[in-house]
Design a protein around this ligand. Structure first.
Ligand code: ATP
Length: 317
C-alpha cells in the first residue's frame, strides 16, 4: 500500500521525544502542571504536525487529559508556553482557543443529555456568535446568523447520520452515536485542529468503522487531529504519528508500528502497573502479554452488532 500524504510528512522526522516536525501547527515548550506534590504534566518540547492524525497514548495517569485541558484553556499550567498557528495561546480561555481554531470534544454531560440533539449542535457554535451585542444591536444580522448556524448543524447531523435523531434528547443516543455527536458538535466551531478525548470509549464494534471513517475524513478535509486513546487497534489503524506520555513526560514518538515495538513504551505501560521490581519470569510474562495486545490484529468488525453496551477492548491499562 502506498504511504498516505500524511505519512510522507513524517519521512524525515526522527523517532525521538520532542522531534521537530516539517510543518508544526502546535508547538509547546516547558509545560508543567502540578497538583500539590504531584507533577501531572512536565513536557519539555512537543510539536504537532499540521494535516496529520496524531495519537497521544500512555498508561492511566500519564497526564494526557491534563495536557489536553491545558492546551484548550480548561486548566492553567504552572509554567510553560505554546503556540498554535504561530499565535501564542498559553493562558488563554477556552473560547479564545476555540476561536483560534483549536477545538476539543467533550463527553456529553448530564445537562447536555437533557436537551435535544439539534440544540447540542447549536451550542457548539455559541462562542462564535457574539450573542449579546448582535442580538440587541443588530437583530437582523443576528437572526441571519442563527439560521446559518441551524443550517450548518443540520448538514453536519446528516453527514454523521444523526439527522433522524435531530429532535430527540441527546440522552436517547447510544454510546457510539454520542461519540459521533461530540465530534459533529466540535465541528460547529469550524476548527483547524480537532482534539478528540477517547473517541472509541464505549463504542460497540458495529459503529467502530463509521467513527474511524469520520476521523479520517477530518484529515481529508485538511484538519489536524490529535486524539487520546487507549484502544490500540484504533491507534494503529488511523494514526500517522504516535506520541507516548508516561508520568507527565513524553517518552517516545514515532509511527504506530515503531512506537509499539519501543522498549521505553512497553516499560512505561509495565511501570504503570508495578512499583516494585518484577521477577524475571513475571517481567517476561508481562512483556509477552503487552506485546500480544500491542500487536494483535484489529478485531473483525461485527456489523450486525446490537446496541452499544461494552467499552472498546485492547486497552493496555
Ligand atoms: N484536578 C486534579 N486534582 C488532582 N490531581 C489531578 C487532577 N487532575 C488530574 N490529576 C492527576 O494528574 C495525573 C494525570 O492525570 P490525567 O487524567 O491527566 O492522566 P491521563 O493520562 O489522562 O489518564 P487516563 O488515561 O486514565 O485518563 C493523575 O495522577 C491524576 O490523578
Amino acid at each position: 500500500m502506498a504511504p498516505s500524504v500524511a505519512t510522507d510528512l513524517f519521512a524525515d522526522v526522527p523517532h525521538t521525544p520532542g522531534a521537530p516536525k516539517r510543518d508544526a501547527i502546535l508547538v509547546a515548550d516547558n509545560v508543567v502542571r502540578r497538583f500539590g506534590g504531584l507533577t501531572a504534566v512536565d513536557i519539555e518540547h512537543v510539536e504537532i504536525q499540521r494535516g496529520a492524525i496524531t495519537a497521544l497514548i500512555g498508561p492511566n495517569g500519564a497526564g494526557k487529559t491534563t495536557f489536553f485541558n491545558l492546551l484548550t484553556g480548561f486548566d492553567r499550567a504552572n509554567s510553560g508556553t505554546w503556540t498554535f498557528e504561530g499565535q501564542q495561546l498559553s493562558g488563554h480561555p477556552p473560547y479564545q482557543v476555540a476561536r483560534a481554531g483549536m477545538v476539543r470534544t467533550f463527553q456529553l454531560t448530564k445537562a447536555l443529555t437533557r436537551i435535544p440533539v439539534i440544540e447540542n449542535m447549536r451550542l457548539g457554535a455559541t462562542n462564535q456568535r457574539g450573542e449579546h451585542l448582535w442580538r440587541s444591536w443588530l437583530p437582523f444580522l443576528w437572526n441571519q446568523q442563527e439560521r446559518s448556524i441551524t443550517d450548518r448543524a443540520e448538514q453536519l447531523l446528516a453527514r454523521f447520520k444523526l439527522d433522524h435523531m435531530r429532535d430527540e434528547y441527546a440522552g436517547e443516543l447510544s454510546g457510539g452515536q454520542r461519540k459521533l455527536l461530540e465530534m459533529a458538535r466540535a465541528l460547529m466551531a469550524e476548527p483547524t485542529m480537532v482534539m478528540l478525548d477517547e473517541p472509541m470509549a464505549g463504542v460497540n464494534p458495529a459503529l467502530t468503522q463509521s467513527l474511524l471513517g469520520h476521523v479520517k475524513d477530518l484529515r481529508t478535509l485538511g484538519m489536524t487531529v490529535l486524539f487520546v486513546e487507549h484502544d490500540m487497534d484504533m491507534v494503529r489503524d488511523i494514526s500517522d504519528w504516535v506520541i507516548v506520555m508516561a508520568e507527565g513526560r513524553i517518552v517516545a514518538e514515532g509511527p504506530p508500528e515503531a512506537v509499539m515495538a519501543d522498549q521505553a513504551v512497553i516499560d512505561a505501560y509495565l511501570g504503570s502497573h508495578h512499583d516494585a521490581p518484577l521477577t524475571e519470569a513475571e517481567e517476561e510474562r508481562q512483556l509477552a502479554e503487552i506485546g500480544a495486545e500491542l500487536f494483535a490484529e484489529p478485531a473483525s468488525n461485527d456489523t450486525t452488532g446490537a446496541e452499544e453496551t461494552t467499552p472498546a477492548s485492547g486497552e493496555p491499562r
